[in-house]
Design a protein around this ligand. Sequence first.
Ligand code: NAD
Length: 414
Amino acid sequence: MASALDSALTQFHAAADRLALGDSQRDLLTAFKTVFQTEFPVEMDDGGFRVFQGYRVLHNGARGPTKGGIRYSPDVSLDEVKALAMWMTWKCAVVGIPFGGAKGGVVVDPKSISAAELQNLTRRFTAEITPIIGPDQDIPAPDMGTNAQIMAWMMDTYSMGRGYTIPSVVTGKPIAVGGSEGRYEATGRGILYVLDEHLRDSGGVRGKSVAVHGFGNVGGVAARLLHQAGARVQYICDKDTGIYHPEGVDASSAFAFIEAGHVLADWDGVGQRIAPSEVLEAPVDVLVPASMEHVVTEANAERVRAPLIIEGANGPLTPEADEIMRRRNIPVIPDVLANAGGVTVSYFEWVQARQYLHWREEQVNEELRRLMVAAYHAVWSRCLGESGCSMREAAQWIGVERVLEATTLRGIFP
Ligand code: NAD
């Protein structure tokens, strides 16, 4: 199976072919501004030390400071971080926020170490990447395995090095230390806004049947908001347990249970227990793959029965699966558009931190809707204007064109 970086480069070159970009333009846009790799020691609870591997990759800063999450996972690799950084560049350009793309990661299972060790690791990793991050330079955020508490430690570590508090160095912080209202729900809410707009001519999400694969920050929040908006969320799952109910699972209650630290297997709400993989093949109006990369592959793509897919996770379809959906005329609302709500509200958090302002949640959600709906229409109208074009291609073209435009306008220094 292709790596995430192979997928990112395949998508880029397909867009570059269509936009007739030359070799030097391709080299410019696929070059990574900074690739930082470190092996750093962390003091463990037993008084000994363990060495961890960490990465921070800044892809392209032509449109502004770079932005992207930090992932803690045993499977993190440099190639994966590079792919995710590149996707962030296009994503920020597609939603029209003034950032380039970056990503970071540490090879660690955060559940396998204590809270004190997690804090030590985070503070030491932040110290390692301090020379390349900063509110005008590169702004980390949470991703898989990291959360608001970890962002608070990062912000504190960076600030202590400078001698005063710098809240705009990271986003996704707790509200008490400069986080934004609505940030936690932003990715799921963005999915709701884009899907509702796409389905506007048939009454929006209300009454539509939905299957959501993955029940964490993205999938759980999306399922809850879709349920609250009147969709029938018939299928949900986490990595071990799927749940089906023909009238719709009570996703609000199920997610409250997960947020309290439990797993779906222990939830006593109404619904039939099924295998998580069945959720991807559910006969529903909309499939939302929101768990992780590459869950729909050439092995199961023919069995997907939903006539519409909206990507909550990054890269949940392999390029082969994407091609199968195109052949089967199943539209895919791509990740760079669909899950951009998180980075969009991160941008609002950064703006608020720089101005020492705190927006109301209604204001955050209203601005989020405005940017997501505008981005959706830019992609959709581009799609309608080009025969045989998928929404993924249209989004990729828009992202690449905007980054190229900024690069060309700025020129090459010196
Ligand atoms: P998370 O860790 O909060 O949740 C992941 C969920 O997927 C969990 O319920 C987990 O049990 C489930 N899962 C994992 N493997 C699975 C499998 N094989 N089958 C079924 N379920 C499985 O992570 P998250 O923050 O929700 O991120 C999910 C995806 O969305 C990732 O690809 C991430 O990069 C992407 N993403 C996240 C954000 C964000 O703001 N959190 C923004 C944009 C994109």
